[in-house]
Structure formats: C-alpha cells, structure tokens
Design a protein around this ligand. Sequence first.
Ligand code: ADP
Length: 729
Amino acid sequence: MTSPSNNDSSVARIAEVLLPLPLPEAFDYSAPEDMGLTVGDLVAVPLGPRTLRGVVLGLREGRGGNRPLKAVEARLDEPGLPARTLEFIQWAARYSVDSPGAALAMTLRGLNAPRPRPERRLVATGKAPTRATVERSRVIAAATQPRSRTELAHLAAVSDGVIKALLEQGVLESLKVERPSPFQPPDLSCPGAELNPSQAAAAEALCAVVRADHFEAVLLDGVTGSGKTEVYLEAAAAALQADDLAQVLVLLPEIALTQAVIDRFTTRFGTAPAEWHSIVPPPRRRETWEAVASGAARIVVGARSALFLPFPHLKLLIVDEEHDGSYKQEEGFIYQARDLAVARAKIEGCTVILASATPSLESLWNAQSGRYRWLRLGDRHGAAVMPDIGLIDMREAPPQPGQWLSPRLTAAVAETLARGEQALLFLNRRGYAPLVLCKACGERLKSPDSDSWLVEHRYSGRLVCHLTGFSMAKPAACPHCGARDSLISIGPGVERVEEEAQLRFPQARLAVFSSDTIADANAGRAMIASMERGEFDIMIATQAAAKGHNFPHLTLVGVVDGDLGLRGGDLRAAERTYQLLTQVSGRAGRHLHAGRALIQTWTPDHPVMKALAAGDRDGFLAVELAERQAVRLPPFGRLAAVILSSPDSTRLQEFAREFAAAAPNGAGVSVYGPADAPLALVRGFRRKRFLVQSDKAVDLSSFLAAWRARVRVPGQIRLTVDMDPYSFL
Ligand code: ADP
C-alpha cells in the first residue's frame, strides 16, 4: 500500500513499514540513503498529521507508484526487531485472522513507557556557602562522597530546602550515575537441587533436547508437587550453558504465582530474572523490553504477553501450568499463548516445554500421538504424598437451608483446626450471592445494558455486573414492582461462605482471596505469603488461590460446589472442572502428612466426580478424548467463532444475514449460525455468533480470511474472529 501524499519524488529505495494499527498491510515510505535502514529497524514515519513508530518489514528499489512517497523521518534509537520475531508476528496475525499491525502492537507495547530517569548523586564541590550555618556544614560534611538527595537530607538531618539552596549556590553539584544493569548474566556455577531418580531422568532427557538445538515440543507431565519446576530449571541451565547468548522465556498464568518461581530462578542462577507482567512499573518495562531486544536479559519470567517480546536468541520457552485458561487472551488481539508458544518455538528453532499436572486435552493428544515428546514424573517429591480426594454426596447429608457447608465438611474443618492446621474452602464465585431476586414479583435483577445478573457484594453494599463492571447500590425496594424489603440473595459467593465459616468457627482467623479482596497483585502476593506463614486458619478462595502455591500448613481443601463448572456445558466444561478441582485439591498436604480434599457434589456419578475420587486421570481423559473425536471437536477438528456486535439490532440482523450468505463453500467446513449469543446484550451492544467447525486438515484461518474479505463490514458493526474459542458466551 502506498503511503498517503508526497514530498520527495526522487527516491530509489522504498521501505515497507508496518505500523502497530489494525491495517491490512505495510505502507511504503521512501528510505533516505543516509539512514542506512535495514529490515527490522524501528522507525518514525508520518501518517496523516501524526508521526508513528513502525518497523521496516522490507526494503526494495523502485519508485513506489504514481505518487511520490513520504519519507521515513528517523530511525529510532532502539534495537531493531529480529527477523524471527517479525516472522512470528506475521504468523500470529495470519493464524488469528487479525491484521499484522495488531500483532505488532503487542510487541511494541513495551516501548510506550518512558525510560527510567537516570539516577543522580550529590557531592560537595569545595565551594563555600554564601552564609555558613550549622545545618549547611552538616550537609557539606556528609557530601564528601556522592549521595542521593534523600540520603543526604537524612544523614545531615536537614530539610530538602537546605540542599536545594546549596545546589543553587554551587556548593553541591549533581552527578549522573550509571546504575548497574538490573539484568545480570546468570551464574551457572550455582548448584541445582538434588533430583530424585524420576526427576533426574526427566531432566536428563530435557537437557538433551535443549542441547540438540532444534525445534521440539515436550510435555512435562507430573502431579502437583512432583517437582516439574526443579526439572525445567535444569533445562534452563542447559540452554544457558550451551550458548553464551541463549535466552530463556518462562510463561506463567498468574502474577501471584510469579514471585515463588522468580525466587527459585534467583536462587538457581544467582540473579533475579527479568519480569514481564502488569505490575512491573512502566519505566522498568521499557528497560526490560530493551534488555530483551539487546540480548542482555537472558531469563525472562512473564505473563502471556511476554511471548511477543523481541528475543534475538530465544533457545528455550517454558509454558508452566499449560492447561490454564488464562493463556487465552479474549480481547483485543485474540490468541492462545500456549499454542502460539509452540508456533514461536518452531520459528525460532528451539525447545518448548509445556508443564502441567493436568495437561490440556490438546497437549495430551499431541503427546499421545507422538508430535510432542512426553515426559512423565512419578509421585510427589520426598515424603509428601498426594491428597486423598473424597466426595460428599449432598443428596445424602445436605446443609441446612441457607447454608452451604455440609455437616461432613464442617466436621473435617473442625478436626483440621483442632490439629493446628489450615483449611482452604474453595468456591469459584466472587461476591456474596450470584443472584438477587424479588420475592414479591419474581424479578431477577439484571444489569441495565447487559444480559447478565447482578451479583450482590456485601463488603461494598453494591450489586455488580461481573461482565462489564457496572454497579449500583443495593436498592431498598424492588426496582420492578416497588415492594420494600423484598429482595433476597440466592446462592453463595465467597463472602457468604466466609459469613458461614465465621459463625461456625468464631475463633478461626479467616481470609477471603478473590479479586475483590485483593486490591492489586502485590496485595495478592502478600496474602499468599501470610497463608504460607500460617497466619490464617481458613482461607476462602476463588480460583486465583487454586494454582501453583505451596501452603505448608494446609491439609484440608473443601470444594463448596464441585458441580459449578459443569453447568453451562461448553466444550471444555468437564475438562476444566477436572483440571481446576485437581489443582485445588493438590494444594493440600504438600509438606505435612497426607492432606485431603472433600468435594461437595449433587452429581457424584458424573464422570468427572468419579475420576476425581478414583484418581483416574487417564480413564477420564480417554473418555473425554473419545467424545471429542466422535464429534470432531478439538483436538480432532478445528473450531472458530465469529462474533458480530452492534448497538443497532436491525443493522446487526441484516448484516448477520448478509454475512451468512457470503460464507464460502469449503470442503470439510461447517458453518453454524447466526444465532443470538448467550450473552445477547453487552454494554448496549447486541451480539450474534457463528460457530465454524472443520476437519483438522483444513486451513481454517484462510477460510475465515476469505470469508471476511467477501463483505464490507459497516461502521456500526464489529466483527471479531476468535480462533479456537474458549468462551462460548
Ligand atoms: P511442581 O512444579 O511439580 O508442582 P515443584 O517443583 O514446585 O513441583 O516442587 C514441589 C515442592 O517440592 C517444592 O517446594 C520444591 O522445592 C520441592 N522439591 C521438588 N523436587 C525437589 C528436589 N529434588 N529437592 C528438593 N526439593 C524438591
């Protein structure tokens, strides 16, 4: 595509510049000879009245069409993007049926932050102050060696005003100091853990794969606590040892988890790895981006978006808790980081390790069919044994009406507390009650602009839409019929379970761990640390606390509603429930004597419940795989969703019909829809969905790209493609 308008017609060299915008392709600009541009360079280019950052995707000789081209304004003072990163960006965009600029925006995001300001130190120049005071003399005495401004004020016990005056008089001068880089090379002489035989065998196999220095995907499969982290640390060591430039990326699903893993990397390599996630302050993020691009950051531990960083020498990629649903980004550029990690490893020609105690069906199938190398770890490390999982049949001994903890679970909590140990009550539902109903007229309180029920939150006294964040104070009267004091709370959320636990165990120290009680990731880490130290007796938690943590004093996990995830019945409901309940049960008994998990269920005969109770993962997975195979669902077929949304329901209806009619005829592809989405109204936008299913051999991305190219999407309509959807709402 030609860049708009003109100013220099005598160019011979054209730079194809990709901008981080949702545009279909790169724009041509003239490349000034003296800039010496090469592919991958980051440049500033004009677009309309703006100057934007972009990347040079290609260079060619030519005249650029009828109109003279605008020129590249500058080459930026940043490391360029490596060729393989560019290839990955374009691959990811094509796979996700999105524009390459949208994928590039993921890579360049880290550059939007300012660089950290250089540190300064103050030092005495030898000049005398205009007027000597005791305070000023103290400052001068303390400033014989360079000190930070706050340190100096503190040492001399003076206010900042005194220091300011001395700086103005030239008695003190301010020097820029070079900070040591926060990204130090790893110390490869630090010892690793002494591995047990099963771990040692897995580590040896992994290290051999890493040293072979080509693409290979490995599934590291071992129960919670079997030592997968110890094993992949050895693989990281092998990668770093084999090549002085090698870089290693570890993806983790939860920020709260990163601290523990970071500490283990720090111990193993004598220096902290670079972190990449939402609580890294922006200037540090900028610095990290540059250190990754220059190769100085050798180990990066990050959230899913770290996958888009510009590594020049990526040699090992690790996706921990690979089954975790949060690897799927559902908004903006839609992608599944685990799948893209495998694609990136292929492009980089390096090893990718997918680690989990409950691997996704996709990865298991790839392992079973030989596409991935399958390394299995034996039991828990050392004396720790797997928790005993029991079902509580709620039909036999239900709780009192309005209560949620059965007599059996309550008794188990009491025993645990009596032994001085900790219990975790798990309920994957925020707030106090998921539904508020008027007992006079039967009205269920809904969000005004969305199709979702309002969730009651008692801490804040508000009714909240978990979809959009809309909230309102709980009204005194029903907004529908006006009856007073008629609103009742239906069902439990974690706040309600806390209320019940408080009533039953008034002496116990309780903590609720959910996104409402944790202001930010630091608060989350602090609560996890308190739990580890045994400062709570009972933690009531949503899934944020289910993953990865080691709570040494925890010996009982009670699942308040085991059936919760099975309702709604999407493709992965059973798989996800199995994974989540296994993970949460796995928090128990990691250090002390055997722990136990008790799952309250109304459907003890459901295959998921039976498999959990019997510890029969393989049996459950075999049945689940057979069911998917019978109906060609992933991993045996491909699936994509197309979501159309608009504030104008008539236009939406018309366009949905037009779009349906434009569907190409693809062999082995079935298109279902349009249907009203289960969430038919979100933030005032009406939503319709198509589901597209195909054989595994079909290039579904190309099919969808061709389909979309057949229509012109009107301005009021948003069309989103979700390859391999995880949400069907
Ligand atoms: P996973 O990642 O499989 O859940 P971890 O690697 O976190 O397991 O190990 C669980 C616990 O056991 C951790 O506290 C870890 O430090 C400890 N552990 C595992 N393997 C060893 C080992 N070989 N030597 C010492 N401690 C180990």
